[in-house]
Design a protein around this ligand. Structure first.
Ligand SMILES: C[S@@+](CC[C@H](N)C(=O)[O-])C[C@H]1O[C@@H](n2cnc3c(N)ncnc32)[C@H](O)[C@@H]1O
Length: 353
């Protein structure tokens, strides 16, 4: 058996639009989805099984399903609240939407959902969706308060990220992929990988996208995070995965050092850069590790609008027209070289609120 292959992306191919996760996830990889999609195209892969053991908001999985770049998907997540959310989306989305439509984003409800312990998958899903959309930066860990604070004195109040019908639509669109979601595994990444390895797929048929908890400050972002030995174990496991993979990490110095040793058959260790809002100070944002033969060459995935424009002016042969801008929010734009932008979206189709 061999994996099904798809033609590489040509510059004239129609650009896919973006299907966003209903979750605003800290460390969410919405912006990395085109990079992973491009990596699959570059290597002529359409994996029969896509495995994401650290699902969180599952932005990459959703986009790859949406672009039909993977056949079936397995999601894993240790947080029962988040795992419950994805289980409900793929098994009971109508009930989830019905509950969403009755939810009132108030401070009283925020206090209620923070302390209640659900007894059903649907209960976890509702708790997850409510707290994710009403807590600061979508953070589910107890460190985060409600948007607007307990005084609600801020310009942004608790209901400002709670567009019920828009969220319901996203859930409906994603639920339509239910028959391609083989499993939502609630639990540890090690158990999920062991499970997948027993399914008997050949090496080229499986693709893992691994996005573990940050090395730094993860305890402030997630209810479940890694200790030093988990980071090391994930590193040691890569060589035994039995499939192609892309791993993304925060570019913390100990992690960069650990992976730069190129152990475990790793072919690429690259840094993706971001610019500050003023466009001057560039800092490494994301470490990418992969055993794929080819990765997109464009490592500067994140640019501010200002930086991209000044870059284009300094290099007249690389005209602004050759760059594609994708508005991400009021302040920032994502600029991609045209080849990568083929896998991108039109600004109008983006909905990040
Ligand atoms: C960086 S986030 C993933 C974000 C995701 N890629 C997205 O786009 O939203 C890491 C996730 O790993 C989960 N996690 C933490 N420890 C885990 C473990 N031992 N096994 C599986 N998942 C775990 C956290 O709950 C968190 O949701």
């Amino acid at each position: 058996m061999s994996s099904s292959r798809v033609p590489s992306a040509g510059r004239r191919q129609r650009r896919p639009d973006v299907l966003l996760s209903p979750l605003r996830y800290p460390g969410g990889k919405r912006r990395l989805a085109p990079y992973v999609a491009e990596a699959l195209r570059l290597n002529g892969l359409r994996p029969r099984l896509y495995v994401e053991p650290f699902a969180g908001g599952a932005s990459v999985a959703i986009q790859l399903l949406h672009e039909n770049l993977v056949e079936q998907v397995v999601l894993g997540e240790k947080d029962p609240m988040v795992a419950g959310f994805w289980k409900a989306v793929f098994t009971d989305h109508e009930q989830l939407i019905a509950r969403l439509q009755k939810l009132k984003p108030t401070l009283e409800n925020w206090e209620y959902y923070r302390s209640m312990r659900p007894r059903t998958v649907l209960g976890w899903a509702v708790k997850c969706l409510f707290l994710n959309r009403t807590s600061f930066s979508g953070i589910l860990s107890p460190t985060a308060g409600p948007i607007g604070g307990r005084s609600q004195a801020s310009e942004h109040r608790i209901d400002c990220r709670f567009p019920v019908e828009r969220l319901a639509n996203r859930i409906r669109q994603i639920a339509a992929f239910a028959d391609r979601v083989l499993l939502v595994h609630e639990g540890d990444w090690r158990d999920l990988i062991e499970h997948v390895q027993k399914l008997g797929y050949e090496r080229d048929q499986v693709f893992y996208y691994l996005d573990p908890p940050f090395y730094e400050k993860a305890d402030r972002l997630y209810r479940y995070y890694f200790h030093e030995r988990d980071h090391q174990e994930l590193h040691d496991t890569l060589g035994k995965l039995g499939g192609n993979y892309i791993l993304s990490y925060d570019a913390a110095e100990p992690i960069v050092r650990r992976y730069s040793a190129h152990a475990n058959g790793t072919r690429h260790v690259e840094l993706l850069y971001s610019a500050t809002r003023r466009g001057e100070l560039i800092k490494a944002r994301e470490l990418i590790v992969s055993n794929l033969p080819r990765l997109p060459e464009h490592t500067r995935l994140w640019r501010s609008k200002r930086e991209a424009v000044s870059h284009a002016l300094r290099a007249p042969d690389e005209s602004v027209a050759a760059m594609e801008a994708v508005a991400l929010d009021g302040r920032e734009a994502l600029f991609l070289p045209a080849a990568l932008a083929d896998a991108q979206v039109s600004p109008a189709s983006l909905d990040v609120r």
